[in-house]
Design a protein. Structure first.
Length: 122
């Protein structure tokens, strides 16, 4: 194995590691919903911030999305298991209303699943 091969392989592994981290581990700790203030999620730079939110069971949920990313990738948010979606105009907050939910984990993504978030219902 030449030095170049080793460097290329190492770089490849680093990229794979980064992608794994990006998709599965970068969600961080959940932001919990307050009773009166709807959660605001900023859509920017390939991530939802926060990307992990937590709400209480059996209560209507309002999540406000503010899209800052002009890329068409971010134009829509979809709660896949719930069959709820919303268009997100750039720079204009949009509220997504969800019926009371049973405890569980519900994913929300952009159309291409590049943006990924998780709604935990407790
Ligand atoms: Cu996308």
């Amino acid at each position: 194995m030449t030095m170049t091969t080793i460097v290329v392989n190492a770089a490849g592994l680093a990229v794979i590691g980064f992608i794994v981290w990006w998709f599965w581990m970068s969600r961080g700790t959940a932001r919990r919903a307050d009773d009166d203030v709807p959660l605001t999620i900023v859509v920017e730079d390939g991530v939802y911030s926060p990307a992990h939110i937590e709400v209480q069971r059996d209560r209507p949920v309002v999540v406000r999305f503010l899209r800052k990313d002009p890329s068409p990738c971010a134009a829509k948010v979809i709660f896949t298991e719930l069959g709820v979606s919303s268009d997100l105009p750039v720079g204009e907050a949009r509220e997504v209303r969800l019926a009371p939910l049973r405890p569980g984990e519900y994913e929300f993504v952009c159309e291409m699943h590049m943006y990924r978030g998780l709604l935990s219902v407790k």
